[in-house]
Design a protein around this ligand. Sequence first.
Ligand code: FES
Ligand SMILES: [Fe+2]
Length: 375
Amino acid sequence: MKTRSAFGQHTLGREYFVSDDIFKAEHERIFFRSWLLAGHVSQLEQPGSYFLFEIERESVIVLRDSAGEIRAFHNHCRHRGSKLCRQASGTLGATIQCSYHAWTYGLDGALRAVPTMSEVAGFDVAEHPLHRVALTNWEGFLFVNLAQQPAPLAEAMPGLAGRFRAWPTAELRAVQRNVYEVDANWKLIFHNFSECYHCPLAHPHLNKLTPFRNSENDLDEGPVLGGPMWMANPQGSMTTGGERCAAPFAALSEEQRARVYYYSLSPSGFLSFHPDYVMMHRAQPLSRDRTRVVCEWYFHPDAIAAPGFDPRPAIEFWDLTNRQDWELCANAHRGVTSRAWEPGPYSELESQLAAFDRQYLRALGNDAIGTRRTG
Ligand code: FES
Ligand SMILES: [Fe+2]
């Protein structure tokens, strides 16, 4: 498949890594207007199950209500703003009670009990439900959008539509979650994920399984970017021994079983589809210079229940690769924040980084694409 060229594009300038104004603008124009990968339905198995999704000052409760519906709300009380849920995840009863003055909300967000407010003329509980946050369940992955009335996910991320049906992603369960904090700007994590130019030197173990030129991009413009790499061993998977940890997903074609598919979902994470498991990375900026990455490994419940199931080869393989990558990102961050840094030229193996930058700059409302600084 023909891949769009990097067209002589250069990397982003230093200001995109050091400017507080740009970091703030990224939140206002990108993170608070985009569909963000927040979690997976398997985290909400029972009515009352919830987890928090937090970014910058925003905290969102993602929960399953008593009727089984998944909903998202801003995690603050409509009285005087107190944070309602404080633990990262857990199980709620039939209601959420604020710990400050006991205002109490249903899991549908409606305000139910309000001590003493009946004394206040004109007060109407119906006017004070929890603030809703837009949520979409895409094939089991939960996305939230902090915009008031965002375009539907299918419109905003058309690249996702129908592409991964052969992987039963809604049925999967995470067997492992690793949380990393990386001393690098969030965009460098995306850049690093989007090319295998660095693989021969940085990941000899990975490069053996998928030689770095064994790749093509089937999505090369927009917020979802990526494509497959084919494995040297078509019966294998990306694991320490190169063997699969489980039988391949039943609906995969022969071709899909021999490949691993990597996609970045700008601006919040990556999904990697293997023949026997799916991996999710969620990337979250903590500051200009620091990014939290949550990595989870998802397998089918039948595989997990099978005698002798051992996901460690998949976990250890990617944990090692992740750590190698974070070191590269931190090291690049040191250079691109130097006063002497000038944007460098992308290679043809970095067309996805060029596409990520174009998408990023469009979303930011800035068309100064990777131009070489002359002054
Ligand atoms: S702040 Fe929640 S009840 Fe007062
Ligand atoms: Fe890497």
